[in-house]
Design a protein around this ligand. Structure first.
Ligand code: FES
Length: 174
């Protein structure tokens, strides 16, 4: 079956269109809506966006692949992004990447087998004064060390585990 926005997302898409002079100009927020709904931009999702905006699928693919914030494959529940730009690298980002690869058993660009963590290197996160910085989903974690990063990973794994165990007061932190 062809991919389609839900009714709710379609409403948001129509609202987005009112804020742009042309359909083409609305491509970034439309891709963001698509990623929010489907988790990542598969070829079928990009085709749906192309249909909605009267653009060619090749054009939409070109835009989606230009921006690293758009995922082209399924991601883990926690997307761990390590800034490896200059300030962070000078303050130990490479060590953080290596300890994450060791702990998670994946390389940069990969997702753990349980779909819990995806690991990426990213360009400057705009917080150079608190380098090294990592971003997990929408949250920044600054002044990181290998030890603090591994502690964070343990905490996230623990929260995810307790979230999957039904019980009073249990909520999904992710
Ligand atoms: S270099 Fe890492 S936040 Fe700027």
């Amino acid at each position: 079956m062809a991919v389609q926005f839900s009714e709710e997302t379609h409403k948001q898409f129509e609202d987005v269109l009112t804020r742009y002079p042309t359909k083409q100009a609305a491509i970034l927020p439309t891709l963001w809506l698509a990623q929010t709904e489907f988790g990542y931009l598969s070829p079928a999702v990009m085709e749906h966006v192309a249909d909605l905006l009267d653009l060619s699928p090749a054009y939409v693919h070109g835009v989606a692949t230009f921006y690293t914030m758009f995922y082209k494959e399924p991601m883990g529940k926690c997307h761990v992004q390590v800034c490896t730009n200059l300030s962070c690298t000078l303050r130990g980002a490479e060590k953080i990447v290596h300890c994450l690869e060791d702990r998670l058993g994946v390389k940069v660009g990969q997702t753990t087998g349980d779909k819990m963590f995806s690991l990426s290197e990213v360009e400057c996160l705009g917080s150079c004064g608190t380098a090294p910085v990592i971003q997990v989903n929408d949250d920044y974690h600054e002044n990181q060390t290998p030890e603090s990063t591994l502690g964070l990973i343990d905490e996230l794994a623990k929260q995810a585990e307790s979230a999957s165990t039904p019980g009073p007061g249990t909520s999904n932190p992710l």
